[in-house]
Design a protein around this ligand. Sequence first.
Ligand SMILES: NC(=O)C[C@H](N)C(=O)O
Length: 493
Amino acid sequence: MSDLNRLTIAEARDGMRAGKLSSVELTEACLNAIDGAGTLNAFVHQTPELAVEMARVADHRIKAGDGAPMTGIPLGIKDLFCTNGVATQAASNILDGFRPEYESTVTQNLWDAGAVMLGKLNMDEFAMGSSNETSAYGNAVNPWKVDDRQLTPGGSSGGSAAAVAADLCLAATGTDTGGSIRQPAAFTGTVGLKPTYGRVSRWGTIAFASSLDQAGPMTKTVRDAAIMLGAMASVDPKDSTSADIPVPDFEAALTGDIRGKKIGIPREYRMDGMPAEIDALWQKGAEMLRDAGAEIVDISLPHTKYALPAYYVVAPAEASSNLARYDGVRYGRRAKLAQGDGVVEMYEKTRAEGFGPEVKRRLMIGTYVLSAGFYDAYYNRARKVRALIKRDFEQAYAAGVDAILTPATPSAAFGLGEMSGKDPVEMYLLDVFTVTVNLAGLPGISVPVGLDGQGLPLGLQLIGRPFEEGDLLNHAYVLERAAGFAAKPEQWW
Ligand SMILES: NC(=O)C[C@H](N)C(=O)O
């Protein structure tokens, strides 16, 4: 079989179980694809020897009849997950040289299930950004391209999205604080699932904004997202926000039957100036779900317009606290000091040269909104707005809505460099459809549904009830099948 790297998780799993291919063959196909894709700058640290070793173990396990659904599946890991002995930098210079002495719960769960690590994936620095351009490694590149215009794969999990879209791995891990899984998935024609807050352990995942961060799968299909979430999720005593709710079989929830389900279309998401293409795609998506037997209802989420400002207060506030630990003493880089420099100069110089401009901007915003005179005016007010946003969703679900359909992004992927130099708020506006879901702690999934006029992928977002990822995935599965999105980027790299 050639092009094994193009397989989905489900196809590879079934092939390995049937003895038609081995994990070593699959892993080697991915390693070759990675070698040929340097221009995409998706993988930033590779672990080829470890990968082949893990694949060998997986093959033995499958032969012994001890395989799990993820056994032998080669994955890319976002650079935000701590991996024991393997460089982990959160795409920041301040973590240059950091090799964790422990494994994040998410990656440990994946390795326990028999998955294979290919290496670490590019991202925005500390997951702050929507274009991958804040990465200390330089940005990853979207495998989709129009003429000679190179495009962003989105962010912050842009390396993960690029790697999955270009078939460098079968799937990848991502994290999502305000849209970092769903937006890059939409920009690359892949599937990205942000689980309910608390479904997946945050232990060992480098923190950005702890009350919003959630890891999830980035895959080629909805079925793969269901399989991979099952392996990533766990009840973890090491994370106090891990929910004590058993992990069900998400794949079994993919019945393809959504007859009688109620899908909400929130009127506040129909923004002024929304491109006609996005609006048309949204309507088409609603029709697909209606044709599958669901009832489409108009709903109101009245506090939506306050979500972005609330997010860009809460997230930087939490980041300023979380990133205080990078002081040149405990992790990664320490600045060169001059004669007579004391500990304060060491902190200052290390942080000044270690953090990039976007991270510094957020740390300053965060410190400001938490400072004595402004705490009530900004931080407390944002927390109250957050509670109202959460209540909007609760009311919709209490009224019988099963899932909510919205666009995933306000546009298709934009050109690299097109946003830089502009007001940073323009980039923040791209998160308009996704941040509400993090503020409310809900599960959300981006599904590729169509192409824009230039031939670039566009995604729709489905938002589900808390801890009902199975039902959400089933809605996404129906949408995926109806849309029949089969386009792939032409290989130019
Ligand atoms: N981390 C994320 O979810 C991405 C979001 N655009 C942010 O910069 O905060």
